[in-house]
Design a binder for this molecule. Structure first.
Ligand code: M6R
Length: 600
């Protein structure tokens, strides 16, 4: 949800634009409605170039890479306040053409502030909340003449969750502010930078410092100073060294990150499974789950689908009473119905999703202790704010569509359930899962490519599953919608006859996910569709009667309570990917979406 990056060098850089572009390339998955760069020269002159459009398009038009200067700022926008156009694009510059800012997140009192600041003579060009940040800070700067003080004053006025960078063209260095949205500092040999996420920093330096909510930092090319926005008190924090694999930020031989990340799944699941079976940490978590009377698993989007699948695993494999909840409806739905003795698992690949952070705020306010995070990004807000962490170890995921992170979330729940129930045989099977995933991809990819060709002109595809396989259907349908823009809809197979069956027409593709255990129920749902001339595609372990009842049969190499849904998701990820490619869309950056959703 918007990406910001700011950097300060000791002297003028001819290649500043190219550096900013490299940073921007790593941030595109956060927003691609507009792009803007600014270069600030030693003499205080400002070169601001921005417009609506994707980074490459704006660069072609405005030659962003040719910008020079000593300090630079980038902003990539995912529109919330104001349509994507030049005026709403960021960075913004104040009335006196002196202060430059770029923000991400949401300033919720934007309309009120526009009225108030306009009445005091500020000249607004658009409706964007980033422009409100700029004029609010300018307003306080006009009064005190001190940017540090202005930033702290503005903190009291700007409501919402956001982060921003600000530079006074007549001054030195740069400020970065964190209130609800992620922000990191990168410390290099002859520069310091700030960014909304780590990958954009890691290509320049592995030394980074996470910022926490309510903090701001002033930095120049060699030193940084973190302070509290509330009190102005100085906060000491040493840089950390990032030890992960930064090559993962490159596509390598693959045309898109999405397919690269799907193909990484045998490896990423293997890493996590070793952690589950060999580290005492996973066992400790399992022991907590075993003691717990009720378990809430909370997430949004794919992370909710993983929560749902996880609740089936914990319910059926470990006999634990588990309630999956969409993060955004937790407080509405459970109001006073949750208790300190329950266990809460917050699931989020990014660790920045606002809906999920709202739940954490609520639980923290109550002083509850049994809160666990299942997060992929170390250093993210949810990761940093929870003491009990179950890292999903998928490494960097760039494509907006969650694939390998989803898979490790559900593999994590399968592993924890098996640990709770001390199911040795199940754990042995779990260890073979990476091999099954590889096999699934090798065997089903050609079938799926063919299917994608056949279905690419359909307006909708239905996916049906019974029991735990319904959660796999939901995830598959989301992937299809998200990257191919075909309406994918998941249904509980026994529910389909209660309404949606009316939509089945000749040739309508309907995908059935079946475990051998549910085969009869699935065949009865298949019959209902078949007699209405729908096209039947089944995903299942080899099963003669299912094969006989299907137009297309996609065999997965293993059947079982956790293997069938997990392997079916892999098939559906591939289908979504090839549908997007077949229809000519870039699956890595779906329209209207962003990898991190930091607004309500
Ligand atoms: O980072 P999170 O897992 O908290 O994100 C939640 C959803 O926004 C996310 O899963 C979204 O649905 C994905 N883009 C799906 O591919």
């Amino acid at each position: 949800m918007c990406g910001i990056f700011g950097i300060v060098y000791p002297e003028e850089k001819k290649n500043l634009g190219r550096k900013l572009y490299r940073a921007a390339k790593r941030l595109v998955y956060r927003g691609y409605d507009s792009a803007g760069f600014v270069g600030i020269h030693e003499d205080g002159s400002v070169d601001l170039r921005k417009d609506a459009g994707k980074l490459e398009e704006v660069d072609n038009r405005l030659k962003l890479r040719e910008i020079t200067g000593k300090r630079g700022i980038v902003q990539l926008r995912w529109a919330t306040f104001g349509v994507p156009n030049r005026n709403n694009a960021q960075p913004h510059i104040d009335c006196k053409k002196r202060l430059v800012t770029a923000h991400n997140g949401n300033v919720v009192n934007t309309p009120e502030l526009i009225v108030e600041l306009s009445s005091r003579g500020h000249n607004f060009k658009g409706e964007n909340d980033g422009e409100v940040v700029c004029h609010t800070v300018e307003d306080f700067l006009n009064r005190s003449g001190n940017l540090d003080i202005a930033i702290r004053e503005a903190y009291r006025v700007l409501k919402g969750d956001y982060a921003y960078v600000a530079a006074d063209s007549k001054g030195d260095g740069m400020f970065a502010v964190k209130k609800g949205s992620s922000l990191f500092i990168g410390v290099g040999k002859n520069f310091i930078c700030a960014s909304s996420d780590l990958p954009s920093i890691l290509q320049f330096t592995r030394k980074y410092v996470p910022l926490f909510d309510g903090e701001y930092v002033y930095f120049d090319h060699k030193k940084y100073e973190i302070r509290s926005l509330e009190t102005g008190e100085k906060i000491e924090r040493q840089p950390r060294e990032y030890s992960g694999d930064i090559a993962l930020a490159e596509k390598g031989e693959y045309p898109h990150f999405m397919i690269k990340e799907i193909k990484e799944q045998p490896l990423t699941t293997k890493t996590l499974i070793s952690y589950i079976t060999e580290s005492g940490e996973a066992l400790e978590f399992a022991q907590q789950l075993k003691k717990s009377r009720r378990i809430f698993i909370i997430g949004s989007g794919s992370s909710f689908h993983a929560s749902l699948m996880g609740s089936y695993f914990l319910g059926r494999i470990a006999s634990k009473f588990t309630i999956p909840v969409i993060a955004g409806e937790f407080s509405e739905r459970f109001a006073e119905l949750f208790e300190a003795r329950d266990t809460y698992i917050l699931v989020s690949q990014s660790g920045e999703t606002k809906d999920t952070i709202n739940v954490l705020d609520l639980l923290d306010k109550k002083g509850y202790e049994n809160i666990y995070s299942v997060v992929n990004v170390p250093g993210s807000t949810i990761y940093m704010r929870t003491r009990n962490r179950f890292p999903i170890m998928s490494e960097l995921e760039v494509s907006v569509a969650a694939t390998k992170t989803f898979l490790n979330q559900v593999v994590g729940f399968a592993g924890l359930s098996l640990l709770v129930s001390q199911d040795r045989k199940g754990l042995e099977k779990l260890k073979r899962l990476p091999e099954f995933i590889k096999d699934t991809m090798e065997k089903t990819e050609p079938i799926v490519q063919q299917l994608a060709k056949e279905f690419s002109n359909w307006n909708s595809i239905y996916i049906l599953g019974y029991g735990v396989n319904y959660s796999a259907a939901l995830e598959g349908a989301l992937k299809i919608k998200e990257v191919s823009y075909i309406h994918g809809e998941a249904y509980y197979s026994t529910e389909f006859k209660h309404g949606p069956l009316a939509l089945i027409d000749e040739g309508q593709p309907v995908i059935f996910i079946s475990s051998n255990e549910h085969c009869e129920k699935i065949i009865s749902a298949i019959n209902e569709v078949r007699v209405r001339k729908g096209k039947i595609i089944s995903i299942s372990n080899e099963n003669p009667s299912l094969r006989l009842n299907s137009d297309i049969f996609i065999p997965i190499p293993e059947d079982g309570f956790f293997t069938t849904p997990i392997l079916s998701v892999v098939v559906l990820q591939l289908l979504a990917y090839y549908l997007a490619v077949e229809r000519g869309f870039n699956p890595d950056t779906p329209r209207n979406l962003s990898k991190t959703i930091t607004v309500d």
